[in-house]
Design a protein around this ligand. Structure first.
Ligand code: 5AD
Ligand code: FES
Length: 351
């Protein structure tokens, strides 16, 4: 089994059967430690002990989609909906800039309220005020034309988790109107336009097994994204999956290590969901091979409302508190958050 980890490190891919063997063995603590140690060494070889930071601005929790796992799905009548104005968002950016954030992630549900032109204006305005910042969009599936307009307006990166690479599994987590094929097409289109692209998936989503995770690893090998966002599935009230079991901490950490070994220079966040299922989850994520943290810059009054899942952390803190908290947390394990755009090292070779 340890040989498979050595092989992954060396060849940067495994056969389907090898993946299934390796992933099914995640219960073995020695194996996980072996992978984590190697992954940490690889990450430090690329990024040293620098940790990149992104300021997350959750600007709307209205969504036209109805994913079975997500707390802001349109059918969740218990969700307390909100929208931020352009002014609100710019105020978050100002606060973030002062705190040393050089990447702003604009994330929201697929909310038809904002026009394409509104996004363009917002992107241009942020870039005008903070020319040295990077803008990441995370607003779901759109047309290639729209993606192109936003890129031309100055957006640099796009996060769109593929959620699962297994199409049959995808259909068990989404209503019929959502297409796994279209979602993957969006990722290829974004890359083609020139965005630094992030895909990703939840670990431990209902119906997921080694077979699905193997497909995720293979899809990522093929797409060659600049970033991969993964976190444990956490049940959300008001969703069909509310009573399902939460994803495993150990398996999430193991997946982070395997991702690092397969995609050596990829940007890999230790996510809020990971910090939600364990008080030291994000620290453990870094120690398993992650190199990015994404604290919240959203205004405190709306933070609780952006509830993709239950018990989300950091919903009461001011941006400055969050930043200070993460600084201390990273320093406690020998890392340091840097004031930098934190572009992908693949930026030039994965156009
Ligand atoms: N648990 C964990 N992650 C979730 N997401 C959505 N709902 C949940 C949940 N219940 C993730 C999805 C989405 C990202 C923004 O949040 O992967 O792409
Ligand atoms: Fe938000 Fe610790 S990161 S309070």
């Amino acid at each position: 089994m340890f040989g498979l980890i050595d092989k992954l490190e060396k060849e940067e891919c495994l056969e389907r059967e090898e993946w299934i063997t390796l992933l099914s063995a995640y219960g073995d603590e020695k194996l996980r430690d072996y992978a984590a140690q190697k992954a940490r060494t690889v990450a430090q070889g690329v990024f040293g002990t620098d940790i990149y930071v992104r300021g997350l601005i959750e600007f709307s929790n209205y969504c036209k989609n109805d994913c079975y796992y997500c707390g802001i799905r349109r059918s969740n009548l218990g969700a307390d909906r909100y929208r931020l104005s352009m002014e609100d968002i710019l105020a978050c950016c100002e606060e973030g800039w002062v705190l040393g954030f050089r990447t702003f992630v604009l994330q929201g549900g697929e909310d038809g309220f904002y026009r394409d032109e509104w996004y363009e204006e917002l992107i241009r305005e942020i870039k005008r005020k903070y020319p040295a910042c990077a803008i990441t969009l995370s607003v779901g599936e759109r047309t290639t034309e729209t993606y192109r307009r936003w890129y031309e307006a100055g957006a640099d990166r796009y996060l769109l988790r593929h959620e699962t690479a297994d199409d049959a599994h995808y259909r068990t987590m989404h209503p019929e109107e959502m297409s796994p094929v279209h979602r993957k097409e969006c990722l290829y289109a974004l890359k083609e336009i020139g965005y630094q692209v992030g895909c990703g998936f939840m670990v431990g989503s209902p119906g997921q097994g080694s077979e699905q995770l193997a497909q995720d690893m293979e899809f990522i090998h093929e797409l060659k994204p600049h970033m991969v966002g993964i976190g444990p599935f956490v049940p959300a009230a008001g969703t069909p999956f509310a009573k399902e079991t939460q994803g495993s901490l150990e398996l999430t950490l193991f997946m982070l290590s395997l991702l690092r070994l397969q995609e050596k220079r990829v940007l890999l966040p230790a996510t809020t969901a990971l910090g939600t299922i364990h008080p030291l989850g994000r620290e453990m994520g870094i120690q398993a091979g992650a190199n990015v943290v994404m604290p919240n810059l959203s205004p405190v009054p709306v933070r609780k409302k952006y509830a993709l899942y239950d018990h989300k952390i950091c919903t009461g803190e001011e941006a400055a508190e969050c930043r200070g908290c993460l600084n201390r947390r990273m320093e406690s394990i020998g890392y340091r958050i840097v004031t930098d755009r934190g572009d992908s090292p693949y930026c030039c070779e994965r156009p």
